[in-house]
Ligand binder design. Structure first.
Ligand SMILES: [Zn+2]
Length: 71
């Protein structure tokens, strides 16, 4: 069974997830090819399935949007 990691894009800071062991992931927002290596990116969470990873990403996005609304 694959595990998933949740991390932030180093350029735009948007959260996303990828399968653990994957080498790169493209950011859906800024198009950056993110090199997935634990030294370069900040891993926020590890999950056992993609659904849990997606839920964490959605929560992070919602939080980010609410920050934007603050004066
Ligand atoms: Zn990005």
């Amino acid at each position: 069974m694959g595990r998933y990691i949740v991390f932030l894009c180093p350029r735009c800071g948007m959260p996303r997830y990828a399968r653990e062991g994957q080498k790169t992931a493209e950011c859906f927002y800024c198009g950056l090819q993110i090199k997935i290596s634990s030294a370069k990116i900040r891993i926020l969470a590890r999950t056992e399935d993609s659904r849990a990873a997606r839920e964490i990403v959605e929560k992070l996005k919602a939080r980010r949007l609410s920050y934007k609304r603050l004066p």
